[in-house]
Write a protein that binds this ligand. Structure first.
Ligand SMILES: *Cc1c(COP(=O)(O)O)cnc(C)c1O
Length: 223
């Protein structure tokens, strides 16, 4: 095994354990979603050999090319969808992913509901919140989050386990992390997926339960 994933991973684990603050669920350690999009297969294999099992992909099609065989070989893989889900990809996504972090509209909620029922699954879902109210980003707007959560939980009885956000590039991420934590506490939602390579330390301080790391673990992505 080359030193890189090992070194990077050990470093991040140390950063996590050095933070005295606790994640939203004080009894659970912050988990790392290793974002393997656009990374060569060898790097994914290296992470698996190291013993890591939680991965994130942002495109259904790319994930389908990579993960079905690996999931057969390593049945304890927990694969997260972290990119926007189009309704015509819902069936594939439900069959492949263990957690879908990007529930972002009522139409998608309805499509997921019917597909989950069809496949007999109760996949944990995270609501993506567009905390920066950016027009180019998907996600539920803060003003709609109450109604949307109620719709998903009470009307559709979806398994809402978390909230996810991607703060705007130009702004102080902590404001967004603090907001997401407040919503999770109000709504009694267990998981917070927030923090990427550039801002994961701040996310940990604000109670992240999942941080999503690509380049800081695997190095630069191929484009
Ligand atoms: C690519 C991606 C990441 C990982 O980004 P890095 O900066 O490489 O850590 C995290 N979250 C989402 C939603 C992504 O698309």
């Amino acid at each position: 095994m080359s030193a890189s994933f090992y070194t990077n991973f050990e470093h991040i684990k140390k950063v996590i354990s050095d933070h005295k603050v606790q994640s939203l669920n004080s009894n659970e350690q912050v988990k790392i979603v290793a974002v393997s999009k656009l990374q060569p297969k060898e790097k994914v294999l290296e992470a698996l050999e190291y013993g890591h099992r939680c991965f994130g992909e942002n495109r259904v099609q790319e994930a389908q090319e990579k993960w079905p065989d690996l999931k057969k070989k390593y049945p304890d893989i927990e694969l997260h969808l972290i990119g926007h889900l189009q309704r015509n990809k819902v069936a594939e996504a439900v069959s492949l992913f263990d957690v879908i972090e990007t529930l972002d509209s009522e139409r998608l909620a309805l499509a997921l509901k019917s597909e989950l029922d069809k496949q007999g699954k109760n996949t944990p879902l995270f609501i993506q919140v567009n905390t920066g109210e950016e027009t180019q980003k998907t996600g539920v707007l803060p003003k709609d989050i109450n109604q949307f959560t109620e719709f998903c939980v009470n009307e559709l009885e979806l398994n809402i386990q978390g909230l996810m956000c991607i703060p705007p590039v130009q702004s102080e991420p902590s404001i967004h992390f603090a907001y997401l934590k407040k919503v999770a506490l109000e709504k009694n939602i267990r998981h917070l997926s927030m923090g990427m390579s550039a801002d994961y330390e701040a996310a940990i301080e604000f109670g992240a339960t999942y941080i999503r790391l690509g380049t800081s673990l695997f190095g630069p992505r191929s484009v």
